[in-house]
Design a binder for this molecule. Structure first.
Ligand code: MLT
Length: 248
């Protein structure tokens, strides 16, 4: 089987995702926000291309059923209910709601995936839950692609390190798993930081930008490994959590 990492969505071809388990990683902050929202009881998260799409889609719902969320240049979009700060997606805010969200890199990366068998949203806060699904895929020889959302087409340290944590943790029987060079490199990056995710964020440019913009609490939330043990799965243009009411 193949276990490949892609450091930006720009290098992903349809053949890299077709038939595979695909994990989208946008640690800062879209993946973390989606896992937090679903972990705190949101009914579903609908990722959309931009603010206009969020507004036009919102017209299909009763206003009380939905929350409009997302960021532009890290900041909440004017008139929306929420930005992209994970800890704002509290149970009392999101419980039972459909969240329409747009973000600069994370939601667009997700919307670009073609032909996957399953698409899941991965981060530190739901690391072990998503890893369990990857392990099942690996044990049945299903190829895995981990796509880092990156930043406007560029590499980001935090997504690469989180991808490396998955690559390291997936059991590899001798000669049965073939990894690409980006997967090998992601493991080297992950090894450098290990459990010191705060240091990783401190050294990453998007981590620095979020800190400077006043979103330091988001970095703390995003570093809490397994704080939201959910598997957010993207099917039929919406993200819900795997569980008794949603099997794959
Ligand atoms: C994105 O999707 O680009 C991000 O999650 C940016 C952010 O909100 O920090």
């Amino acid at each position: 089987m193949r276990l490949d990492v892609f450091f930006t969505p720009l290098v992903v071809r349809p053949s890299d995702t077709s038939g595979r388990l695909v994990a989208i990683v946008d640690v800062l902050r879209a993946s973390t926000t989606v896992a937090t929202a679903l972990g705190n009881g949101a009914k579903t998260v609908i990722p959309l291309e931009g603010a206009e799409e969020v507004i036009s889609r919102s017209k299909e719902f009763a206003r009380s059923q939905i929350l409009l969320a997302g960021e532009q240049k890290m900041h909440p979009i004017t008139g929306f209910d929420l930005g992209n700060s994970p800890q704002a997606f509290k149970p009392k805010v999101v419980e039972g709601k459909t969240i329409l969200i747009t973000t600069t890199n994370g939601t667009r990366t997700l919307l670009g995936v073609q032909g996957a068998r399953d698409i899941v949203i991965a981060s530190y806060v739901n690391f072990t839950a998503v890893l369990a699904m990857m392990k099942v895929a690996a044990s049945s020889n299903t190829d895995i692609a981990i796509i880092c959302a990156g930043e406007e087409g560029s590499f980001t340290l935090e997504d690469a390190a989180c991808a490396g944590r998955y690559v390291r943790a997936i059991p590899k029987r001798a000669d049965s798993v073939h990894v690409n060079d980006a997967a090998s490199a992601s493991v080297l990056i992950e090894r450098k930081y290990g459990e010191n995710i705060a240091k990783l964020f401190k050294e990453s440019s998007h981590g620095q930008a979020l800190q400077a913009a006043g979103f330091g609490d988001d970095l703390v939330a995003a570093a809490k490994v397994d704080s939201y043990p959910v598997v957010p799965i993207y099917q039929e243009r919406q993200i819900t959590k795997l569980g008794p009411e949603r099997a794959r």
